[in-house]
Ligand binder design. Sequence first.
Ligand code: ACO
Length: 341
Amino acid sequence: MTESGTSTPPLPHAVRIAGTGSYLPERIMTNQDLERLVETSDEWITSRTGIRERRIAREDEFTSHMASEAARAALAQAGITGSDIDLIIVATITPDTLTPATACYVQQQIGALKAVAFDVSAACSGFLYAMELARHSVGAGAFRNALIIGAEKLSAFVDWSDRNTCVLFGDGAGAAVLVPSTNGGGRILSSQLGTDGAQAELLNIPGGGSACPVGALGAAGTAEKSATLTMQGREVFKHAVNAMRKAAAEGIAAAGLTIQDIDLLIPHQANLRIIDAIVERLDFSREDVFINLDKYGNTSAAAVAIALDEAHREGRIQRGDRILLVAFGAGLTWASAVIEW
Ligand code: ACO
């Protein structure tokens, strides 16, 4: 893995999370439902991944709709409305349209009419990439606040006849509002981002972009050039464990802490075996790890955001707690953030 990454230069203002929110579509697809679609079993999926069910968006429910629902919940918790928001960053690999950005639709839907809005594409690490961009923007004083959202409709980009991938993913959205930290309140202590483009082929959606426009795919596409998600699972697994362990360790060190100072670990929700491998390598307590992938599967950029909101609303995060967020995804990308709540 090539060395690339960022550490944290000091900012004029510390930044904290003032509110979180999430949204999951109503429809539940269980492992038993998948047994009727492809040659698989509940036993295989559960033992290899820990996933039991996932949520699937309605046909007329797009990534922006889920993003806006999550945003409304985060805004309500922060005690502000869309019209107060200066900056919106949506992290997604499943935008409503190639252009404009999904963030533009969200801006309209939540009435954030004076906000600057754009998307970031960093797959499962996207929410933490958005958090770091927003932290710098707000911390430098360029924007008064920021709404960051991870949102995905992966069901629209999954090949439902490919058992290697279709059992893994789900739909949903999570959001957070970032504001300057005043009166000694909580703050984001550190953040680490990294990318290894040499591994871009391990996990991608090859068709539908300028390299292979939709019109050139034909009715069904081909195995090499489909507009659906393809993945070399075993390779991705190995990289995921190494990159997340490293990002977590570097994030904790950059915050001036040790692993014993962390109260709750919120990892990317891709696979329970990946999480267990990281927890073991970090020598961290399994009880202090937040896991919801059994209910939602891998929702890519939304996963860490949804987990953060659920952990917060369930009372797993108390004022003063130190939270470690860590993610990994296509790119390859990886990221961590340490937050004092
Ligand atoms: N049901 C039954 N059998 C299956 C299924 C299924 N759903 N899928 C694969 N198999 C079979 C394979 O065909 C293979 O059979 P074979 O030995 O006869 O060829 C066998 O099971 C083993 O397959 P492996 O790929 O070796 O299984 P593995 O233990 O590696 O688990 C998995 C596969 C779950 C995909 C794992 O590799 C993984 O989690 N990888 C990481 C994925 C990830 O973290 N992605 C994150 C990024 S996602 C993003 O950025 C959008």
